[in-house]
Design a protein around this ligand. Structure first.
Ligand SMILES: NC(=O)c1ccc[n+]([C@@H]2O[C@H](COP(=O)([O-])OP(=O)(O)OC[C@H]3O[C@@H](n4cnc5c(N)ncnc54)[C@H](O)[C@@H]3O)[C@@H](O)[C@H]2O)c1
Ligand SMILES: N[C@H](C(=O)O)[C@H](O)COP(=O)(O)O
Length: 350
């Protein structure tokens, strides 16, 4: 008998953004692997479906109740109530608590065994901070703290990279990019890169490329921080004092690490050949390249968590919300990746 497909809790994200409509689209079109259950306000989802003419019926459930296999036009939902009505494109500080509650419910469902993974539609970091949740940085950091662990790694991968296992797969649009620092002002980046931190991140990246992506002996290319990887110390000393010693230590344990390499030329076919993932030092060193290669067809995955979590490669797109113009491609890629990870995780516990 076939085992049931994994239950994936899809948090519908910022209610004024495109998250609710993209979540509804999962019940239509191409069949999704996994049993998707949306987390959000049923009235909001019904309203957006009506606005956009999407023929989707909601099936309200509570975590722990059986989630049926996917059927076209039916979207199971774990209800969370909006704090105030939401209009497309109009952020409301009052709904920040709602967005966080959808996350809390999905995380608890995973930790309690009622879901096999979380897929997050985009939230708006600014409105959550405006609402007074000081220190909020993003899903990645929130999940890390909620799971009580010290370090996680944000990695984005284009769709073609998600389906490839071994070196030699890389083409112009197949890329995996992980980050050392995530949502941090640029001014604070250099100080946040430390030897012990970098070592923890490289260990997680190495282990999870093996665990989730089937790469037997990961080769990781590591960016320098400064222009031309510091130009021998003339343009910054982080490469000499922090990055290189850490890479040397880990090479001594057998990890295949290239670098620190100048980031401006690392993302070229010759340097990427045979590389399984690039580790960038900061958000906008690595993600513009990834998004240029595959925006709308890439997924974000949090490595190092005790639970499966993937997300979209884009934000709340307030300019598109409620207009039927948003592309659900990245959410579909994120759901497919979470389903694959959840199946792999069940088969091969760490
Ligand atoms: N996973 C997440 O939760 C996530 C990811 C990225 C950004 N964000 C947040 O989203 C908010 C807005 O960020 P931003 O403006 O920098 O980026 P954005 O991705 O929301 O928008 C950038 C551009 O891409 C377009 N776009 C985005 N998603 C699209 C889609 N699915 N289909 C078609 N076009 C799309 C938008 O219309 C806009 O022109 C910020 O608060 C940011 O922190 C959240
Ligand atoms: N850094 C991500 C991106 O640019 O796509 C995004 O902000 C989402 O991060 P979280 O998954 O941590 O919310």
């Amino acid at each position: 008998m076939r085992s049931p497909s994994p239950v994936l809790a899809v948090t519908s994200g910022e209610p004024a953004g495109i998250g609710p409509e993209l979540t509804l689209l999962l019940a239509l079109g191409e069949h999704m692997p996994g049993r998707v259950v949306a987390v959000g306000d049923p009235a909001l989802l019904t309203e957006r479906a009506a606005l956009l003419g999407l023929e989707v019926d909601l099936l309200e459930l509570t975590p722990g109740e059986p989630v049926p296999e996917a059927r076209p036009g039916i979207l199971p939902v774990w209800p969370v109530a909006l704090r105030t009505p939401s209009r497309p494109g109009e952020l409301a500080v009052a709904n920040a608590g709602y967005v966080l509650e959808t996350l809390d419910l999905a995380i608890a469902a995973c930790l309690d065994g009622n879901a096999d993974g979380i897929v997050t539609a985009p939230l708006h970091k600014g409105v959550i901070l405006d609402a007074g949740h000081a220190g909020f940085r993003g899903h990645t950091e929130y999940l890390r703290d909620a799971c009580g662990i010290d370090e996680v790694v944000m990695m984005l991968a284009t769709d073609s990279a998600l389906h490839a296992g071994q070196a030699g797969w890389q083409g112009s649009s197949a890329l995996r990019v992980a980050l050392v620092t995530t949502h941090l002002p640029l001014r604070e980046v250099a100080d946040a890169i430390t030897g012990p931190g970098l070592e923890r991140i490289l260990r997680i990246l190495h282990a999870d490329l093996k665990r989730w992506f089937g790469v037997d002996a990961p080769r990781i290319a590591v960016c320098g921080l400064n222009p031309h990887a510091g130009e021998g110390g003339h343009l910054g000393r982080e490469e000499i004092e922090v990055i290189e010693p850490c890479l040397e230590r880990l090479r001594g344990e057998g990890l295949a690490l290239d670098g620190p390499l100048p980031a401006d030329t690392l993302f070229t076919p010759r340097h990427l050949a045979g590389v399984d993932a690039v580790l960038a030092m900061y958000h906008d060193q690595g993600l513009p390249v990834l998004k240029y290669a595959g925006f709308g067809r890439a997924a974000n995955v949090t490595l190092g968590l005790p639970i499966v979590r993937t997300s979209v490669d884009h934000g709340t797109a307030l300019d598109l919300a409620g207009r039927g113009l948003a592309d659900a491609g990245s959410l579909r890629v994120a759901v497919a990746l979470a389903a694959k990870m959840a199946s792999r995780g069940a088969a091969a516990p760490r």
